[in-house]
Design a protein around this ligand. Structure first.
Ligand SMILES: Cc1cc2nc3c(=O)[nH]c(=O)nc-3n(C[C@H](O)[C@H](O)[C@H](O)COP(=O)(O)OP(=O)(O)OC[C@H]3O[C@@H](n4cnc5c(N)ncnc54)[C@H](O)[C@@H]3O)c2cc1C
Length: 535
């Protein structure tokens, strides 16, 4: 596996591409991978770090969506369950089966028989792609599975399996896969304008957010995949563009798992307002989410309100009464904007997917709006079909199906047990070995190699966390990490998995990152050292 190199302005300006993708969240990354797999010359630019937008702020679920089932939108559920099956195969280290408990209480809007019926349908729609069929639970079985759930009114419930995913790492893996297929990819590369020609939009003006330099990139087709920033980019093409989105804010809080005592993921109805919510396990932590509110904040300012925290804790406390969580239990939180489609009364229902839409602006700019983490691959395939058509050629390297079978980096095998012994022999702790297997999967030997060459890199970065120094080198060499924040937040999650938000590791991360980048990039325009925060 060759190191991943961030494309410079020079690389991007050097030649015209078939396709320019704006936005390096899961949607843009997926399109870049799909297009590159089909043989299109592709450039992907992201204004900040890959995944720094909504795609690192989700509930981290790869799921069919029981809510859609209740609404009768069976085709959406079927599509998402199909994608769940594919992703469990493409990246088994990042996308893992997760057992859910669904408790039912007396007087609940959805009674137990209906839950059972719904989950039977969910199993059927998974069409053999299930990890295991659901199980209906009597009260006692449910209490055995989740002993601390409120007993008052409990009638039983069900257990079913969905999947959980490291969202931020998934984005980086997909970007790496695109680069591995020849796409030029650059984080910290902002689109500041679109290049109009008589034939339509043919590229974009760029600003390198690290050096301040400006330049441009040419693309025969340009796709806007900027999540909650979608309408901002559309207005660069058409200042009067009617907004496609009505984003809503979602907040999660992280608490020590032993403060709640949940053994599984739990899906429940908030007694505060009847909304469906989750308590989700994440190693030693649990995160509770999510809210769903209209927000006056734009995507650059989205923050966690104290009222959001109170709502989430009150809801979790009602389900797990012995927890008595207070805000002093919250070690971290995150907020994101869902790029939801605004209703479009003019469009015929059959032509509009309520999930995502692909539209073309007056200058030919493609925009993909809406969607979810779970369905990124199928959204990418549908978008690329249209891009290929617009380009007027059908140059496929391996055709559409390749994206269903080509593993993501680290996902080459699900048989990771064999990697355990060598790590333990190196003196790494069990927690570190487990952490490596779930972060870099089949690439774990590359981390071992670094630890062997430089034993200081086998040291933990933080007293509360299993990550080791070699992962910082790996993040800089292969995962496009440039700033300490990229490593602390999105490559290693130290900001949400330690009580001091990773501060105890910061100096070490900065030092290793600076050394690695200096060794890789002797370019005076891009001074080594930790990059300054972009404006
Ligand atoms: C609270 C919450 C929970 C969720 N939970 C789930 C879940 O459990 N499962 C699920 O399937 N889905 C979930 N979703 C939905 C899912 O997270 C999003 O649909 C998905 O991440 C959107 O990805 P995206 O790439 O479209 O947008 P983003 O990830 O926001 O990416 C857009 C990118 O465009 C970049 N950009 C913006 N302007 C420019 C510019 N001028 N130049 C270059 N780049 C630019 C941004 O920096 C950003 O990185 C959740 C969403 C939220 C908010």
């Amino acid at each position: 596996m060759t190191p991943s190199v961030r494309a410079s302005l020079r690389d991007l300006g050097a030649g015209g591409f078939d396709l320019l993708v704006i936005g390096g969240g899961i949607t843009g990354a997926g399109i870049a991978r799909e297009a590159a797999l089909r043989g299109l010359s592709t450039a992907l630019v992201e204004a900040r770090d890959f995944g720094e937008g909504t795609s690192s702020r989700s509930s981290r679920l790869i799921h069919g969506g029981l809510r859609y089932l209740e609404q009768g939108r069976l085709h959406l559920v079927r599509e998402a369950l199909r994608e769940r099956r594919i992703l469990l195969r493409l990246a088994p280290h990042l996308v893992r089966p997760l057992p859910f408990i669904l408790p039912v209480f007396k007087g609940d809007r959805v009674p137990r028989w209906k839950v059972s019926l719904g989950l039977t349908l969910y199993d059927i729609l998974a069409a053999g792609g299930n990890v295991r069929r659901h199980r209906t639970l009597g009260k006692r079985d449910l209490q055995e599975a989740e002993p601390l759930i409120r007993e008052r009114g409990l009638t039983g419930g069900a257990m079913y399996i969905d999947a959980q995913c490291d969202d931020a790492r998934l984005v980086v893996a997909v970007v790496r896969a695109a680069a591995g297929q020849g796409a030029k990819v650059a984080n910290y590369m902002r689109v500041t304008g679109l290049i109009p020609t008589v034939a339509g939009i043919r590229g974009a003006y760029l600003r390198d957010e690290l050096s301040g330099e400006v330049g441009e990139v040419r693309g025969r087709v340009v796709v806007n995949a900027t999540g909650p920033w979608t309408d901002t980019i559309r207005r660069l093409e058409d200042p009067n563009a009617v907004p496609l989105l009505r984003p809503t804010k979602g907040v999660h809080v992280v608490v020590p798992r032993n403060r709640i005592g949940n053994r599984n993921a739990v899906i429940f109805t908030s007694p505060v307002d009847g909304r469906v919510m989750f308590v989700l396990p994440w190693g030693a932590w649990s995160y509770i989410g999510t809210t769903d509110t209209d927000s006056p904040e734009g995507p650059d300012q989205v923050t966690v309100d104290p009222a959001d925290v109170i709502y989430l804790l009150r809801s979790a406390n009602a389900l797990f009464p012995s927890a008595r969580l207070t805000d002093s239990d919250v070690i971290a939180s995150w907020a994101g904007l869902r790029p939801l489609l605004a209703a479009d009364p003019q469009a015929p229902a059959s032509a509009v997917s309520r999930e995502h839409r692909i539209v073309r602006g007056p200058g030919g700019l493609f925009t993909i709006a809406g969607g979810k983490l779970t369905t990124w691959r199928s959204m990418a395939a549908q978008t690329t079909d249209q891009l290929v058509k617009a380009l007027g050629h059908h140059r496929h390297s391996r055709g559409r199906a390749a994206s269903e079978t080509e593993p993501l980096p680290g996902g080459e095998t699900a048989m990771l047990d064999g990697f355990r012994g060598p790590g333990l022999e190196l003196g790494l702790g069990e927690a570190t070995v487990d952490h490596l297997l779930s972060h870099v999967g089949a690439e774990t030997p590359a981390i071992y190699k670094l630890c062997r060459e430089r034993p200081d890199l086998a040291e933990p970065l933080h007293p509360e966390h299993p990550a080791v120094g070699a992962e910082v080198v790996f993040a800089a060499e292969r995962e496009f990490a440039i700033r300490a924040e990229d490593v602390l937040s999105r490559r290693l999650h130290l900001t949400t998995e330690t009580r001091d938000h990773g501060e105890a590791a910061r100096a070490k991360v900065e030092r290793i990152l600076a050394e690695t980048l200096a060794a890789r990039r002797p370019d005076p325009d891009h001074p080594a050292g930790v990059a300054p925060a972009p404006e």
